[in-house]
Write a protein that binds this ligand. Structure first.
Ligand code: E4P
Length: 218
């Protein structure tokens, strides 16, 4: 499973990218607003750090405006992917821009039917929002799993992104059902690194090493 970071914070991106484990980045208007910086310059800076796909989301609701935004963002860098919400206007815009070679990440997808339509319109990625489904009392993982099965039934090549990830268990479950990608907030990526037995194991090894040094010096 590929690992994307779900943030517009360049420091977080720089740090996780330096670990050598990052395949791409997703942003959304909320994440960009949190940074309080001009949108295109943020995307431009991210593109200087990361070679993999970087999703930038349109904010228009009308197809012609979405197409205009998509073309503008796609010009920022060759690895910019356009995030378009699943609406009838979004599908129409996706059909047009994907036929021009602009890759689309269809976002805010919560059902198999929406995912089928996204693929039909030519979306390169589809983002299934796990946490937001959980928030309203639906388990997101079976929906993610169903989307993957439905795509497999028809050999659909649209890549499935597990999005709206809130904790490390979401990542594990997404991997177990075969998501192509998980896009993960910085805090959750940090939590994935950690295990109490790793920490205590390191402390124990260092203590024993110090003991050995004392013995050898005597
Ligand atoms: C996906 O690409 C979205 O940016 C993101 O995962 C949304 O997560 P949230 O539901 O925690 O806001």
């Amino acid at each position: 499973m590929k690992i994307f970071i779900d943030t517009a914070n360049v420091e977080y991106i720089r740090e996780v990218n330096s670990w050598g484990i990052l395949d791409g980045v997703t942003t959304n208007p909320t994440l960009c607003a949190m940074e309080g910086r001009e949108f295109c310059s943020v995307i431009e800076e991210i593109a200087e750090i990361v070679n993999g796909p970087i999703s930038a989301e349109v904010i228009s609701l009308d197809r012609e405006e979405m197409i205009k935004e998509a073309r503008e963002y796609a010009r920022i860098a060759g690895n910019v992917i356009i995030k378009i919400p699943i609406t009838s206007e979004g599908l129409a815009a996706t059909k047009v821009v994907s036929s021009e070679g602009i890759k689309v990440n269809m976002t805010l997808v919560f059902s198999v039917n929406q995912a089928l339509l996204a693929a039909q319109a030519g979306a390169f990625y589809v983002s299934i929002f796990l946490g937001r489904l959980d928030d309203i009392g639906h388990d997101g993982i079976p929906i993610l799993s169903d989307v993957i099965s439905a795509y497999e039934n028809y050999g659909i090549s649209t890549e499935v992104i597990a999005a709206s990830i809130r904790h490390p268990i979401h990542v594990t479950e997404a991997a177990l059902v075969g998501a192509d990608i998980a896009t993960i907030p910085y805090k959750v990526i940090q939590a994935m690194v950690k295990h109490p037995l790793t920490d205590s194991g390191i402390s124990r090894f260092l203590e024993d090493w110090d003991k050995l040094k004392e013995i050898v010096q005597k």
